[in-house]
Design a protein around this ligand. Structure first.
Ligand code: F1P
Length: 590
């Protein structure tokens, strides 16, 4: 089915695009590693597809908005005193905001310009490395943190990211901007048409997301606000916006921000053609990355074998590729219910490389131990052949450092691999390659970076993100964590995830919405009969309870399917370590 068809209202009409199940990956749970990578390649290609029910990325209206926002960036860069560009979001969207703000501030500093970028992530810096889903539901918190971030500023370009046009935290911030347009120019980035934005009422709040998005749209006619919401198709794993949503956000924002930089500092006016060229280059990055399907599939397989053997996957990255690794690894915990030790990322120089607002967070606990030195001290002594180690580096790093660490790791496991990036023609010394069992090398043609050399780093980051998303997603799919392309065992920790859980129950049991919600609540509160208080309390309260509960949706599913009690459903599920098998067996009970 192509974009044209699945986005038409007849395909899962009750769901916004970002929550739909993608037909390309419908049978991903039965695919082999190579097929999985090919499916992901197709899903990611939809970012650049030129046919779509909603506006697509290359559509003139989208490109024109990118031009308009880039010009705003140019104005701010030319008058940096009292000005700020703030990027904000929840979960992956906040992590992309952080990555861009930090990386562009570094670029500005290296060229002796004032650093004017800032980021906000719901839940603060600890949400960069761990899942903090609850603050996402709080619009007031969003507005307050924005207000605090721009004290004393006269011009603020605010970029609010919510892939699903759904996060109340971001809605609160956009509303705040719309009420203070003399200071703020708000931009909304997401991947649903506005009529699919979320309409669920927000607690203690007079507006919902769609209402704010409509106000934004109206203000766009006066060039006072901008909405960038191309349709890029459903995620490969339903609703998992860390994948396509995160990548498309990075592509759009890097296009905008670097076009603004070129205009402000190199006198290169922002044009429609320039923006189209930039999007084209990102499309090439997609093609080059997925041209190595076989090699990538081999890494997916290695990672799956490690997880199946109860081993681990470790990403050891240099510079921002290390951060990409940490982000990918930490997202596996909420996405796949993975254990924190299963897939972990480490970055050279730890928190000084992160350069995050709140500084070194290592005292917060083991989830925040991220440096290569920490890896050597705490992981290396127990490293074995069951573990897969993947180095992530580019030709711009100190290769002596890379080879020294590789030699140490090799003393513990030969299951050592590398993903590397280099300019075409400048090849990695052979002796480097001999240190690894496999090396996935990307040779980047000069045509890609001639126009804007600054973008090369962003291309390498995106390419690495695609590879790691494929490895971690593919590995979890191969060990049976998904059923079809649904992640059934999701944690119901905010209102969006609560609604997604109910939808999954409806999808697989055919029960009514109210039956599914009741079953979900019974499991959350661990009672066969819900009290009036439990039924009437709001979703926020339910998600607080859900924070401490695992296996909630699978248990509710078994209950609905087979009319079992909670205890019976739990013991039924205990017989299965693989979600796919449990659900399939449960389907047969019908
Ligand atoms: C934000 C987000 C996702 C995360 C999870 C919960 O989504 O935190 O990043 O993976 O699905 O929601 P959005 O506001 O960008 O749609």
């Amino acid at each position: 089915m192509d974009m044209q068809n699945w986005q038409q209202s007849c395909y899962e009409p009750y769901l916004p695009i970002t929550e739909k199940s993608n037909p390309i990956t419908r049978d991903i749970d039965r695919a082999n590693p190579k097929e999985i990578v090919q499916m992901l390649q197709k899903c990611d290609a939809e970012i650049f597809e030129r046919t779509s029910y909603g506006n697509h990325m290359y559509q003139t209206s989208v490109v024109q908005t990118i031009v308009d926002v880039s010009k705003r960036v140019e104005v701010i860069l030319k008058d940096p005193e009292d000005s700020l560009i703030i990027l904000s979001g929840c979960g992956t969207s906040g992590r992309v905001a952080f990555l861009l703000a930090t990386s562009l501030n570094r670029l500005l500093a290296s060229q002796n310009h004032k650093q004017i970028y800032s980021y906000i992530i719901a839940g603060g810096d600890k949400a960069l490395l761990t899942s903090q889903e609850t603050p996402e539901d709080d619009p007031l918190l969003g507005a307050l943190s924005l207000d605090k971030a721009c004290v004393g500023k006269k011009h603020v370009l605010f970029i609010g990211i919510s892939c699903g046009l759904s996060a109340p935290f971001v809605a609160g911030q956009l509303d705040f901007c719309l009420r203070n347009l003399e200071i703020f120019t708000p931009v909304l980035i997401g991947f649903n048409p506005i009529d699919m934005a979320r309409t669920e009422p927000i607690k203690n709040c007079s507006f919902h997301f769609k209402e704010v998005a409509e106000r934004m749209n109206e203000m766009q006619t006066h060039q006072k606000a901008y909405v960038l919401n191309p349709a890029v198709g459903p995620e490969a794993i339903s609703g998992s916006s860390r994948m396509k949503g995160g990548s498309a956000t990075k592509i759009i924002l890097e296009t905008i921000l670097l076009a603004g930089h070129q205009a402000a500092y190199n006198n290169e006016a922002v044009t429609l053609n320039g923006i189209l060229h930039s999007l084209n280059m990102f499309e090439k990055v997609h093609q080059i990355t997925y041209s190595q399907t076989t090699e990538l599939a081999a890494l997916v397989q290695k990672a799956a074998i490690s997880l199946r053997r109860k081993g681990h996957v470790y990403y050891l990255g240099w510079q921002t590729l290390g951060i990409i690794g940490i982000i990918d690894a930490s997202e596996c915990i909420p996405t796949f219910g993975a254990g924190f030790e299963d897939i972990r990322g480490f970055v050279s120089n730890g928190f000084s490389e992160m350069n995050n607002k709140e500084g070194d967070l290592s005292s917060l606990g083991p989830h925040f131990i991220i440096g290569h030195k920490d890896f050597i001290d705490s992981i290396l002594p127990n490293l074995s052949e069951s573990d897969t180690v993947i180095f992530l580096y580019t030709e711009n790093v100190d290769l002596n450092e890379v080879s020294a660490l590789a030699k140490i790791v090799r003393q513990y496991t030969s299951n050592l691999h590398a993903i590397t990036h280099e300019h075409e023609g400048l090849s990695d010394p052979e002796q480097m390659k001999s240190l690894f069992m496999t090396v996935l090398t990307f040779n980047w043609p000069s045509s890609l970076y001639m126009h804007q050399p600054d973008l090369m780093k962003q291309y390498w980051e995106l390419s690495t993100k695609w590879c790691l998303n494929a490895i971690s997603t593919g590995a979890h799919v191969l060990i049976g964590k998904t059923y079809m392309n649904y992640m059934i065992d999701l944690r119901v920790t905010n209102s969006k995830l609560y609604r997604r859980a109910i939808h999954i129950l409806q999808r697989f049991t055919g029960s009514t919405l109210s039956q599914c919600e009741t079953a979900l609540l019974r499991v959350l509160y661990d009672v066969e009969e819900l009290s009036d208080e439990m039924s009437s309390t709001d979703v926020t309260q339910h998600t607080v309870v859900a924070n401490e509960k695992g296996n909630v949706v699978p248990i509710a599913l078994v209950m609905l399917q087979s009319r079992r009690t909670i205890a019976e459903a739990k013991s039924y599920l205990n017989a299965y370590s693989v979600i796919r098998d449990a659900v399939a067996a449960c389907q047969r009970l019908l």
